[in-house]
Ligand binder design. Structure first.
Ligand code: HEC
Length: 491
C-alpha cells in the first residue's frame, strides 16, 4: 500500500541513485521488518550501507491472513457454483482481493508491499533444472514483460491484425507461496509414478509420451496444485512523475466509449482519467478542469476524448516507483511505447487476473481500475458487493467472476458465463475475447498444446469444455488450468 504523501518517490530516487553506484545491483532494495544486523559491504556511504543491509534482509512469500475466508472449503464453493450464487462468489472474490492486497511485512523504498507482491515471480519459478531455487528469503524484482496472451494468434501461425501489438500495458505472473513451491518441486506423476518437474520442457515431453492408451484422456494430467494455490497476472500502466498522465477508463463497448467495438483495447477508449502524482489523496474521481487538461502529458497512442477527461490523484491507484532497471524493462515490454518510462516514474496497477485452487476447476476473478465508476450494465463487472475489508486504493477496482464455464455449471449446452479483463482480453490477439470465459480457456491448458495455438475453438459461445474430449486433449497432458506451464516451461 502506498504511504501517504510523496516522500516515497523522492526517497526512491535517492536509493536508486545509490544502487546505480554499485551498492545494490539486484533490482530493488528490499527489506522485511525487523531489519537485519549490519554486515560489512562495499558500500561507501551510510545510506548505501543501509540500502545493502535492507536488500540482505530478504522477503518471504506471505499468505493471506485470517479473516478473509481463504481458503474456503471446496464443498462450500461448489455449493455456490451449483446454485449459481453470484453474490456469494463476488463476496468471496472481494475477500480474496482484500486479503492479497493487505499490507505485508515487506517494505521496499519505504512502501509496504501488498501481500501478493511478496509472492514468487515466473523468473523465480521457471528456472533451469538444478538452478538454485528461491527457497528462502530473497529480494523482489519486478520483471515486466508483454502479456503472452497477445501472442496467441502469432503462435498459431495466424497473421496478426494491425494494432495487435499497440498496447502499452506490461505484466508478469505471480504465484502464491503454495503455488510457487508446488511448481518448484517434482511430483510423482501420475500419483505413484515417476517424479516430474513441471517447469521443464524435457520432463513434460517424457511425461506426455508415457501415457498408456488405456488412460482416459481426462486423466492424462499433472497432479493438482494444492488448494491454497493462487496465481495472478498483474497488469501495469505508466504514470509520469511530472504532469498529469492519461489513464484509459473502461466504459464498455458503446460508440461513446471506444473507437473499436470488436477489439476495444485500452488504446481505443474515449474516456480517460488524468492521474496526478501530486494530487491530494482526499480528492476523488471528478471531471478535469481546463487547466488540468492543459497539463496532460501527450500520449500519441491514446484516442482519449479531451472533453471527457476525468481527474484522479495517484493515491487512488496502487502504484510503485520504478527503478532505473525496471523502467528499462518496462520500455522493452511495451508493445508500442506510447510514453517512455524513466527512473522515478510510477507503475500503476491497471488490472489483475486472480485464480485460486479452492475448487477443482479453480475460481476465476479479474479486477481493473475503475475509480468506482462502473461501466454501463456492469459489463463485464463492477464494484457490486465490495466489502469493508478491501482498503485504500484497492477499493477503486471493478471485478467479474467466472466460477463456472456455463450455467448450469455441468450442462454442456448451458449459457456461457462471460468474464474478461478489459485491459487484456480485448486484444485482437484473442479472438472474441469480449465474450470469453477464463475457465474455458484455461481448462484447455495442456502440454504440448499446439493445435490452434492453444485456443479452444469451441470456447465461444459454447463455453463448456469436456475434459475427456480428444479434440483438445488426445496426445496431450493437461496442466491443471495453468497456461503458465506450457507458456514458460524451460528448454
Ligand atoms: C483465450 C484464452 C484465455 C482466457 C480467456 C483467459 N486466459 Fe488467463 N492466460 C492465458 C494464457 C495463454 C496465459 C499465459 C501464460 C503466461 O503468461 O505465460 C494466461 C495467464 C493467466 C494467469 C497467470 C497464471 C497462469 O495460470 O498461467 C492467470 C492468473 C490468468 N491467466 C487468469 C485469467 C483470468 C482470471 C481470466 C478471465 C478473466 C483469464 N485468465 C482469461 C489464456 C487465457
Amino acid at each position: 500500500m502506498r504511504l501517504r504523501g510523496l516522500r516515497t518517490g523522492r526517497l526512491g530516487s535517492v536509493l536508486l541513485l545509490l544502487a546505480g553506484l554499485g551498492a545494490v545491483t539486484a533490482g530493488l532494495a528490499a527489506t522485511a521488518a525487523p531489519a537485519a544486523k549490519d554486515k560489512p559491504t562495499a558500500a561507501t556511504t551510510p545510506a548505501a550501507k543501509a540500502t545493502a543491509k535492507a536488500a540482505a534482509a530478504g522477503i518471504q512469500p506471505q499468505d493471506i491472513p485470517t479473516g478473509f475466508n481463504f481458503p474456503t472449503a471446496q464443498p462450500v464453493v461448489d455449493g455456490w457454483v451449483a446454485k449459481n450464487d453470484t453474490t456469494a462468489m463476488r463476496n468471496h472474490a472481494w475477500d480474496v482481493w482484500g486479503g492479497m492486497s493487505a499490507p505485508s511485512h515487506a517494505v521496499i523504498r519505504l512502501q509496504h508491499l501488498p501481500i501478493w507482491e511478496t509472492w514468487y515471480g515466473s523468473d523465480e519459478v521457471f528456472v533451469a533444472a538444478g538452478a538454485p531455487l528461491a527457497a528462502g528469503p530473497r529480494t523482489i524484482t519486478r520483471k515486466f514483460r508483454r502479456p503472452h496472451q497477445f501472442d496467441h494468434l502469432r503462435r498459431a501461425g495466424v497473421a496478426v491484425p494491425a494494432g495487435a501489438d499497440a498496447d502499452q500495458i506490461v505484466s508478469f505472473n505471480k504465484f502464491s507461496g503454495a503455488s510457487g513451491k508446488f511448481l518448484m518441486a517434482s511430483h510423482p506423476t501420475p500419483p505413484g509414478g515417476a517424479s516430474v518437474l513441471y517447469t521443464q520442457q524435457a520432463a513434460l515431453n517424457t511425461l506426455n509420451a508415457s501415457w498408456a492408451q488405456t488412460v482416459p484422456v481426462e486423466n492424462r494430467k499433472i497432479v493438482d496444485f494444492p488448494r491454497e494455490a493462487i496465481d495472478t497476472k498483474p497488469v501495469m500502466w505508466l504514470v509520469k512523475k511530472t504532469g498529469l498522465t492519461p489513464f484509459p477508463l473502461w466504459q464498455g463497448t458503446g460508440a461513446d466509449a471506444t473507437t473499436n467495438a470488436k477489439n476495444p483495447t485500452p488504446t481505443t477508449w474515449l474516456n480517460c482519467v488524468l492521474v496526478d502524482p501530486k494530487g491530494d489523496p482526499k480528492t476523488g474521481l471528478r471531471p478535469a478542469t481546463p487547466a488540468e487538461v492543459k497539463q496532460a502529458n501527450l500520449n500519441a497512442k491514446l484516442v482519449c476524448d479531451a472533453k471527457r477527461y476525468l481527474y484522479a490523484p495517484l493515491a487512488m491507484i496502487y502504484s510503485f516507483v520504478l527503478s532505473a532497471d525496471e523502467a528499462k524493462d518496462f520500455n522493452q515490454a511495451q508493445g508500442v511505447p506510447g510514453m517512455t518510462a524513466e527512473a522515478g516514474d510510477y507503475a500503476v496497477l491497471a488490472a489483475m487476473h486472480v485464480t485460486t485452487k479452492e475448487i477443482v476447476n479453480w475460481t476465476w476473478q479479474t479486477f481493473w481500475w475503475s475509480g468506482g465508476k462502473n461501466p454501463p450494465n456492469d459489463f463485464p463487472g463492477g464494484s457490486a458487493n465490495l466489502n469493508a475489508k478491501v482498503r485504500g486504493p484497492w477499493r477503486n477496482y471493478a471485478m467479474c467472476t467466472a466460477y463456472s464455464m456455463v450455467v448450469p455449471a455441468t450442462d454442456p449446452k448451458g449459457k456461457p458465463v462471460v468474464c474478461f479483463n478489459p485491459f487484456l482480453e480485448t486484444s485482437p490477439g484473442i479472438p472474441d475475447g469480449i465474450d470469453s470465459n477464463c475457465m474455458s480457456c484455461h481448462g484447455t491448458a495442456r502440454w504440448p498444446g499446439n493445435n490452434n495455438g492453444g485456443y479452444p475453438a469451441t470456447y465461444l459461445p459454447n463455453g463448456y469444455i469436456n475434459f475427456n474430449d480428444p479434440t483438445w486433449f488426445a496426445t496431450q497432458t493437461r496442466t491443471d488450468f495453468a497456461w503458465a506451464i506450457p507458456g514458460d516451461a524451460v528448454q
